[in-house]
Write a protein that binds this ligand. Structure first.
Ligand code: XMP
Ligand code: MG
Length: 178
């Protein structure tokens, strides 16, 4: 099946600038809180590592890896935890960091799951948001960019595990659509 990098949607400078803004907002909102940033593996790794360095607070980090059953480009809503958090989260102010919210099914599951562990608060920060494709209500508190309904790769996002290392975010055209 043919796949073509069609065009750059967001370049390095745009991403950097937006992350500085998000970092300032989060720094302001989490003063005097016990901020625990949870990165969702693997897609969020690049965004996560840039974002934490834009936040001027004594935060802690943890990671969770989930897989949603379905094709490589579509979420089924059935989520499985592949790697759980290392530490308990009770009393913490949690910020879940995701690469992209699409149908919302993955984050809906994650928020519900983490709430059962008695944190003080749970919020979501997504680099990208495809609002057109939402199937479930999820409140995203910090959004990097709202993007059109196209499949994107780069800056941590993959197609069949490739392209995560692209420094920009590009539209991938898939012959069969997605
Ligand atoms: P849902 O639909 O549960 O999905 O909100 C979120 C997950 O779906 C993947 N996803 C993408 N991955 N380019 C990608 O590389 C995309 O355009 C895209 N859209 C959805 C991604 O794994 C995300 O965590
Ligand atoms: Mg992902």
């Amino acid at each position: 099946m043919e796949e073509i990098l069609e065009r750059v949607l967001l370049d390095e400078e745009q991403i950097k600038k937006r992350i500085r803004e998000l970092g300032r907002d989060i720094t302001e909102d989490y003063k005097n809180k016990d901020l625990l940033m949870i990165g969702v593996l693997k897609g969020a790794i690049v965004f996560f590592s840039d974002l934490i360095r834009a936040i001027d607070l004594p935060l802690t980090t943890d990671f969770i890896a989930v897989s949603s059953y379905g094709s490589s480009t579509k979420s089924s809503g059935i989520v499985r935890i592949l790697k759980d958090l290392d530490e308990p989260v009770d009393g913490k102010d949690i910020l879940i960091v995701e690469d992209i919210i699409d149908t919302g099914l993955t984050l809906h599951y994650l928020v519900d799951n983490i709430i059962t562990r008695n944190p003080n608060s749970v919020k979501i920060c997504c680099l990208l948001d495809k609002p057109e494709r939402r199937l479930t209500d999820v409140d995203v508190d910090y959004v990097g960019f709202a993007i059109p309904d196209e499949f994107v790769v780069g800056y941590g996002l993959d197609y069949n595990e490739r392209y995560r290392n692209l420094p920009n975010i590009s539209v991938l055209r898939l012959e069969q659509g997605y």
